[in-house]
Design a protein around this ligand. Sequence first.
Ligand code: SF4
Length: 281
Amino acid sequence: MSSSERSVCVMSVIYEPKGRAGEYAGLACNVYETCPHGCTYCFVPGLPHVKAKGWGAEEFHRPAVARRGIAVGTFELIETEPRPGIVVQVRKELASKRLAGRRDDEVLLCFCCDAYPVEGEDVTREVLEAFAEVGQRVTVLTKRPVQAVARDWDLFLGNGWRLGVSMGCLDSAWIAGHEPGANSLEQRLEALEAAEKVGIDTWVSCEPSRPEWVLPVLACVYLRGVREVKVGRFNHTGEGFDRAGWARVCRELECDEKGVGRFGGEPSVMRVVVKGGTLVV
Ligand code: SF4
Protein backbone atom coordinates (compact mmCIF):
# COMPACT_ATOMS: atom_id res chain seq x y z
CA MET A 1 0.00 0.00 0.00
CA SER A 2 1.50 3.26 0.98
CA SER A 3 5.11 3.60 1.65
CA SER A 4 8.32 1.95 2.60
CA GLU A 5 7.46 -1.60 1.66
CA ARG A 6 10.04 -1.81 -1.10
CA SER A 7 11.18 -5.16 -2.47
CA VAL A 8 7.81 -6.75 -1.97
CA CYS A 9 6.45 -7.40 -5.46
CA VAL A 10 7.70 -10.77 -6.68
CA MET A 11 6.71 -13.50 -9.12
CA SER A 12 4.40 -15.64 -6.94
CA VAL A 13 1.13 -13.86 -6.46
CA ILE A 14 1.03 -15.01 -2.83
CA TYR A 15 4.43 -14.27 -1.30
CA GLU A 16 6.28 -13.49 1.91
CA PRO A 17 6.77 -9.73 2.25
CA LYS A 18 10.30 -8.71 3.18
CA GLY A 19 11.69 -5.88 5.30
CA ARG A 20 9.28 -3.49 7.02
CA ALA A 21 6.38 -4.95 5.04
CA GLY A 22 6.87 -8.14 7.06
CA GLU A 23 5.74 -6.18 10.14
CA TYR A 24 2.27 -6.13 8.59
CA ALA A 25 1.65 -9.75 7.64
CA GLY A 26 3.33 -13.10 7.03
CA LEU A 27 1.97 -13.34 3.48
CA ALA A 28 0.72 -10.89 0.88
CA CYS A 29 -0.98 -10.83 -2.49
CA ASN A 30 -1.22 -8.13 -5.14
CA VAL A 31 -4.34 -8.35 -7.28
CA TYR A 32 -3.89 -5.49 -9.76
CA GLU A 33 -1.21 -4.28 -12.15
CA THR A 34 -2.00 -0.61 -11.67
CA CYS A 35 -3.43 1.62 -8.97
CA PRO A 36 -5.72 4.52 -9.85
CA HIS A 37 -5.44 6.17 -6.45
CA GLY A 38 -2.52 8.22 -7.75
CA CYS A 39 -0.86 8.88 -4.38
CA THR A 40 1.84 11.49 -4.84
CA TYR A 41 4.24 9.58 -2.59
CA CYS A 42 3.66 6.17 -4.22
CA PHE A 43 6.82 4.07 -4.42
CA VAL A 44 5.47 1.32 -6.68
CA PRO A 45 6.31 2.88 -10.08
CA GLY A 46 9.98 2.73 -9.01
CA LEU A 47 9.89 -1.04 -8.42
CA PRO A 48 11.56 -3.40 -10.89
CA HIS A 49 8.40 -5.24 -11.96
CA VAL A 50 6.79 -1.95 -13.04
CA LYS A 51 9.93 -0.61 -14.70
CA ALA A 52 10.30 -3.90 -16.57
CA LYS A 53 7.05 -3.12 -18.35
CA GLY A 54 8.49 0.19 -19.46
CA TRP A 55 6.01 1.96 -17.21
CA GLY A 56 6.53 5.03 -15.08
CA ALA A 57 4.17 6.77 -12.66
CA GLU A 58 1.84 7.91 -15.46
CA GLU A 59 1.22 4.40 -16.68
CA PHE A 60 0.95 2.88 -13.23
CA HIS A 61 -1.60 5.49 -12.13
CA ARG A 62 -3.28 5.58 -15.54
CA PRO A 63 -6.86 6.37 -14.52
CA ALA A 64 -5.63 8.92 -11.99
CA VAL A 65 -3.61 10.63 -14.69
CA ALA A 66 -6.58 10.60 -17.05
CA ARG A 67 -8.64 12.54 -14.57
CA ARG A 68 -5.97 15.03 -13.59
CA GLY A 69 -7.59 18.43 -13.21
CA ILE A 70 -11.03 16.93 -12.68
CA ALA A 71 -12.44 17.33 -9.19
CA VAL A 72 -12.49 14.16 -7.15
CA GLY A 73 -15.90 12.52 -7.21
CA THR A 74 -17.11 14.06 -10.48
CA PHE A 75 -15.86 11.37 -12.82
CA GLU A 76 -16.57 7.75 -13.53
CA LEU A 77 -13.71 5.32 -13.41
CA ILE A 78 -13.73 3.02 -16.37
CA GLU A 79 -11.15 0.38 -15.81
CA THR A 80 -9.45 -1.91 -13.39
CA GLU A 81 -6.42 -3.83 -14.45
CA PRO A 82 -6.12 -7.12 -12.61
CA ARG A 83 -2.97 -9.18 -13.00
CA PRO A 84 -3.64 -11.58 -15.88
CA GLY A 85 -5.15 -14.85 -14.64
CA ILE A 86 -5.03 -13.70 -11.01
CA VAL A 87 -7.97 -15.78 -9.79
CA VAL A 88 -6.70 -19.00 -11.37
CA GLN A 89 -3.19 -18.36 -10.07
CA VAL A 90 -4.38 -17.65 -6.51
CA ARG A 91 -6.33 -20.92 -6.50
CA LYS A 92 -3.31 -22.79 -7.85
CA GLU A 93 -0.94 -21.37 -5.24
CA LEU A 94 -3.39 -21.97 -2.41
CA ALA A 95 -3.49 -25.62 -3.44
CA SER A 96 0.31 -25.90 -3.39
CA LYS A 97 2.40 -27.56 -0.67
CA ARG A 98 4.16 -24.24 -0.07
CA LEU A 99 1.01 -22.70 1.41
CA ALA A 100 -0.84 -25.75 2.68
CA GLY A 101 0.52 -25.39 6.22
CA ARG A 102 0.09 -21.64 6.39
CA ARG A 103 -3.65 -21.13 6.59
CA ASP A 104 -3.28 -19.25 9.90
CA ASP A 105 -0.92 -16.67 8.42
CA GLU A 106 -2.78 -13.58 7.31
CA VAL A 107 -2.46 -12.78 3.62
CA LEU A 108 -2.43 -9.00 3.23
CA LEU A 109 -4.09 -7.50 0.15
CA CYS A 110 -2.34 -5.46 -1.25
CA PHE A 111 1.08 -3.78 -0.87
CA CYS A 112 1.63 -2.81 -4.53
CA CYS A 113 -1.90 -1.78 -5.48
CA ASP A 114 -5.26 -1.44 -3.72
CA ALA A 115 -7.74 -4.31 -3.44
CA TYR A 116 -10.54 -1.80 -4.03
CA PRO A 117 -9.35 0.32 -6.95
CA VAL A 118 -12.74 1.55 -8.18
CA GLU A 119 -16.38 1.72 -7.18
CA GLY A 120 -17.65 -0.58 -9.91
CA GLU A 121 -16.96 -4.21 -10.69
CA ASP A 122 -13.59 -5.73 -9.91
CA VAL A 123 -12.09 -9.20 -9.42
CA THR A 124 -11.37 -8.72 -5.74
CA ARG A 125 -14.48 -10.56 -4.62
CA GLU A 126 -13.51 -13.62 -6.69
CA VAL A 127 -10.02 -13.57 -5.20
CA LEU A 128 -11.41 -13.27 -1.67
CA GLU A 129 -13.79 -16.17 -2.30
CA ALA A 130 -10.83 -18.32 -3.34
CA PHE A 131 -9.15 -17.58 0.01
CA ALA A 132 -12.38 -18.21 1.92
CA GLU A 133 -12.93 -21.60 0.27
CA VAL A 134 -9.67 -22.99 1.71
CA GLY A 135 -9.96 -21.29 5.11
CA GLN A 136 -7.02 -18.93 4.56
CA ARG A 137 -6.78 -15.97 6.92
CA VAL A 138 -6.85 -12.63 5.11
CA THR A 139 -6.56 -8.97 5.93
CA VAL A 140 -7.19 -6.16 3.48
CA LEU A 141 -5.48 -2.80 3.75
CA THR A 142 -7.24 -0.24 1.61
CA LYS A 143 -7.79 3.45 0.97
CA ARG A 144 -11.23 2.62 -0.43
CA PRO A 145 -12.96 0.81 2.46
CA VAL A 146 -16.46 1.90 1.44
CA GLN A 147 -16.53 -0.79 -1.25
CA ALA A 148 -15.09 -3.37 1.15
CA VAL A 149 -17.81 -2.83 3.75
CA ALA A 150 -20.72 -2.33 1.35
CA ARG A 151 -20.05 -5.35 -0.86
CA ASP A 152 -17.75 -7.81 0.91
CA TRP A 153 -18.82 -7.43 4.56
CA ASP A 154 -20.14 -11.00 4.59
CA LEU A 155 -16.74 -12.43 3.67
CA PHE A 156 -14.95 -10.43 6.38
CA LEU A 157 -17.53 -11.29 8.99
CA GLY A 158 -18.02 -14.93 8.02
CA ASN A 159 -14.29 -15.67 7.98
CA GLY A 160 -13.17 -13.49 10.88
CA TRP A 161 -10.94 -11.42 8.58
CA ARG A 162 -9.69 -7.99 9.60
CA LEU A 163 -10.21 -4.84 7.56
CA GLY A 164 -7.38 -2.30 7.54
CA VAL A 165 -7.84 1.32 6.49
CA SER A 166 -4.98 3.66 5.54
CA MET A 167 -5.10 7.04 7.23
CA GLY A 168 -1.92 9.04 7.72
CA CYS A 169 -3.62 12.23 8.90
CA LEU A 170 -6.97 13.93 9.51
CA ASP A 171 -6.45 16.69 6.95
CA SER A 172 -9.15 16.23 4.29
CA ALA A 173 -7.51 18.67 1.91
CA TRP A 174 -4.11 16.93 2.19
CA ILE A 175 -5.74 13.56 1.52
CA ALA A 176 -7.68 14.84 -1.49
CA GLY A 177 -4.52 16.39 -2.91
CA HIS A 178 -2.13 13.52 -2.22
CA GLU A 179 -4.42 10.47 -2.55
CA PRO A 180 -6.79 11.75 -5.24
CA GLY A 181 -8.35 8.47 -6.36
CA ALA A 182 -9.04 7.08 -2.90
CA ASN A 183 -12.00 7.50 -0.56
CA SER A 184 -12.14 10.83 1.24
CA LEU A 185 -11.24 11.01 4.93
CA GLU A 186 -14.92 11.23 5.83
CA GLN A 187 -15.75 8.14 3.78
CA ARG A 188 -12.95 6.18 5.42
CA LEU A 189 -14.14 7.11 8.89
CA GLU A 190 -17.73 6.23 8.04
CA ALA A 191 -16.61 2.87 6.63
CA LEU A 192 -14.63 2.13 9.79
CA GLU A 193 -17.66 2.91 11.91
CA ALA A 194 -19.92 0.80 9.70
CA ALA A 195 -17.48 -2.12 9.83
CA GLU A 196 -17.24 -1.99 13.61
CA LYS A 197 -21.02 -1.77 13.86
CA VAL A 198 -21.56 -5.03 11.96
CA GLY A 199 -18.76 -6.73 13.91
CA ILE A 200 -15.83 -6.66 11.48
CA ASP A 201 -12.50 -6.41 13.27
CA THR A 202 -10.70 -3.31 12.01
CA TRP A 203 -7.20 -1.83 12.14
CA VAL A 204 -5.61 1.32 10.78
CA SER A 205 -2.36 1.98 8.98
CA CYS A 206 -1.34 5.51 9.97
CA GLU A 207 1.10 5.90 7.12
CA PRO A 208 2.64 7.97 5.73
CA SER A 209 2.45 10.13 8.81
CA ARG A 210 4.23 12.94 10.62
CA PRO A 211 4.70 13.24 14.39
CA GLU A 212 2.07 15.96 14.77
CA TRP A 213 -0.48 13.88 12.84
CA VAL A 214 -0.28 10.67 14.83
CA LEU A 215 -2.09 11.34 18.12
CA PRO A 216 -5.11 13.04 16.48
CA VAL A 217 -5.49 10.02 14.17
CA LEU A 218 -5.24 7.63 17.13
CA ALA A 219 -7.83 9.57 19.13
CA CYS A 220 -10.21 9.73 16.18
CA VAL A 221 -10.11 6.04 15.27
CA TYR A 222 -10.09 4.94 18.94
CA LEU A 223 -13.51 6.58 19.30
CA ARG A 224 -14.70 4.52 16.33
CA GLY A 225 -13.72 1.24 17.94
CA VAL A 226 -10.33 0.60 16.30
CA ARG A 227 -7.94 -1.18 18.68
CA GLU A 228 -4.85 -1.68 16.52
CA VAL A 229 -2.85 0.92 14.60
CA LYS A 230 0.44 0.62 12.77
CA VAL A 231 2.29 3.89 12.36
CA GLY A 232 4.71 4.52 9.49
CA ARG A 233 6.92 7.57 9.27
CA PHE A 234 6.63 9.89 6.29
CA ASN A 235 9.99 9.56 4.58
CA HIS A 236 8.94 9.42 0.96
CA THR A 237 9.88 12.84 -0.29
CA GLY A 238 13.34 13.38 1.12
CA GLU A 239 12.08 16.10 3.44
CA GLY A 240 13.89 16.59 6.75
CA PHE A 241 13.22 13.78 9.20
CA ASP A 242 11.80 15.02 12.51
CA ARG A 243 13.73 12.68 14.78
CA ALA A 244 12.87 14.56 17.97
CA GLY A 245 9.19 14.65 17.02
CA TRP A 246 9.07 10.89 16.45
CA ALA A 247 10.92 10.21 19.69
CA ARG A 248 8.29 12.32 21.48
CA VAL A 249 5.47 10.29 19.89
CA CYS A 250 7.12 7.06 21.01
CA ARG A 251 7.49 8.41 24.56
CA GLU A 252 3.84 9.47 24.68
CA LEU A 253 2.77 6.01 23.55
CA GLU A 254 5.20 4.38 26.00
CA CYS A 255 6.70 2.34 23.17
CA ASP A 256 9.18 -0.43 23.88
CA GLU A 257 12.33 -0.78 21.80
CA LYS A 258 10.34 -2.52 19.06
CA GLY A 259 7.98 0.44 18.81
CA VAL A 260 5.05 -1.32 20.49
CA GLY A 261 3.05 1.14 22.54
CA ARG A 262 -0.48 1.87 23.69
CA PHE A 263 -3.20 4.47 23.45
CA GLY A 264 -6.34 4.84 25.55
CA GLY A 265 -7.11 3.35 28.93
CA GLU A 266 -8.32 0.13 30.47
CA PRO A 267 -10.30 -1.91 29.78
CA SER A 268 -9.99 -1.12 26.09
CA VAL A 269 -6.42 -0.21 25.24
CA MET A 270 -5.43 0.34 21.61
CA ARG A 271 -2.22 -1.40 20.53
CA VAL A 272 0.02 0.91 18.52
CA VAL A 273 3.13 -0.18 16.66
CA VAL A 274 5.53 2.47 15.41
CA LYS A 275 7.30 0.74 12.54
CA GLY A 276 11.05 0.74 12.82
CA GLY A 277 11.00 0.84 16.62
CA THR A 278 11.66 3.58 19.14
CA LEU A 279 14.15 6.24 18.12
CA VAL A 280 17.12 7.23 20.22
CA VAL A 281 17.63 10.98 20.01
S1 SF4 B 1 -2.79 3.19 -2.76
FE1 SF4 B 1 -2.03 2.82 -4.84
S2 SF4 B 1 -1.23 4.78 -5.56
FE2 SF4 B 1 -1.44 4.87 -3.31
S3 SF4 B 1 0.58 4.30 -2.49
FE3 SF4 B 1 -0.68 2.44 -2.58
S4 SF4 B 1 -0.22 1.53 -4.58
FE4 SF4 B 1 0.50 3.64 -4.67
